[in-house]
Design a binder for this molecule. Structure first.
Ligand code: SF4
Length: 320
């Protein structure tokens, strides 16, 4: 929950989650729709879906418990090498080093590493070094001590070298290169994407559709829409997207708002319009969705939406 999320926000979600899902079995038996609803607003919804699948797997294969071994943890959906190492060492004290961005920064300074820390060769070297330095039987303390050192003393900016417990071993400090370490690669430029969506209203009901399970934001709900094609206006995009995604012929009634949402490497500019059917209302021919509903505006809160669409809903709520 804390990935790309501020601590106080994460704590709020975590407590609310534990109240509703107090143990692994409670997650396992819940419907995906409810899982996504409790995750709504945290983004990166694949994590929620993986957590759900992992809970089911733990009930089926591990008597409803979190497995202890690194290998068994790696077998669970959504658990990669870093998380498996963190759980195995911190929860079960297995001798496995955990290497995160904090540890990479500390090692880049301690050993005055001149190459970019994200290079695979450098990463490999740091992993091996961390494993060599780990005192047997003390992985839990060693890993958390490194995390604390990186979080409190050897911070990205202005590290507190004067109060650092490992300053005497620090090669970058000796060489006067602390502020040049770690070496980072230039970050990729943010790409702007322009999108449009239409809120189709018929007799007071709004049309929403549920995204395909294996799609980005799979299982979440949305108003149909998509990316603008070259030379297309947002209004034209809405009309085209409705035709392509649902088979509905619609026309624009009015502009609602434009929201901007930032993802790691993308900035999405999303134009929202109200629209109505130009022909008869038939069953939609869903091409990019697995389900649909006609809902009253108050019911939108019961469904999980991606962040951009949620901003539009919030805007409409305030205006209403
Ligand atoms: S001496 Fe400074 S740069 Fe070196 S590990 Fe300690 S805090 Fe980091």
């Amino acid at each position: 929950m804390l990935q790309q999320t501020q601590m106080d926000r994460g704590v709020f979600y975590y407590r609310r989650w534990l109240e509703r899902f107090p143990d692994i079995r409670a997650v396992a038996v819940a419907e995906e729709r409810e899982i996504l609803k409790y995750w709504e607003g945290l983004g990166y919804y694949a994590r929620a879906r993986n957590l759900h699948k992992a809970a089911r797997m733990m009930v089926d294969r591990h008597q409803g418990k979190i497995p202890e071994s690194y290998e068994a943890l790696l077998g669970l959906p959504g658990i990669g090498a870093y998380t498996a190492a963190a759980i195995a060492s911190i929860a079960f004290n297995h001798d496995i080093a955990v290497v995160d961005a904090n540890v990479e920064r500390i090692f880049a300074r301690l050993f005055d590493i001149a190459g970019p820390v994200k290079d695979s060769a450098t990463k490999k070297w740091i992993h091996k070094k961390a494993a060599d330095l780990l005192p047997p039987g003390e992985a839990r303390i060693f890993n958390q001590a490194l995390m604390d050192l990186g979080g409190l003393i050897c911070t990205p900016k202005n590290p507190a070298c004067g109060s650092c417990p490992v300053a005497e071993f620090c090669a970058a400090l000796k060489a006067g290169r602390v502020h040049e370490r770690p070496v980072v690669q230039a970050s990729a430029k943010t790409i702007q994407i322009e999108m449009a969506t239409g809120i189709l209203i018929r007799q007071g009901l709004l049309f929403i559709q549920q995204r395909l399970a294996d799609d980005v934001w799979g299982g979440l709900w949305e108003f149909p829409g998509g990316r603008l094609e070259i030379g297309e206006t947002p209004e034209e995009a809405v009309i085209r997207e409705y035709r392509e995604e649902t088979g509905f012929a619609v026309e624009i009634v009015a502009g609602i708002t434009t929201v901007i949402h930032h993802y790691m490497h993308y900035k999405v500019v999303l134009h929202a319009f109200s629209c109505r059917l130009t022909g008869e209302c038939t069953e939609p021919e869903l091409r990019e969705a697995q389900d649909f509903r006609w809902v009253v505006p108050q019911d939108l809160a019961r469904y999980g939406f991606p962040a951009g669409h949620r901003k539009i809903i919030e805007y409409m709520k305030k205006r209403a």
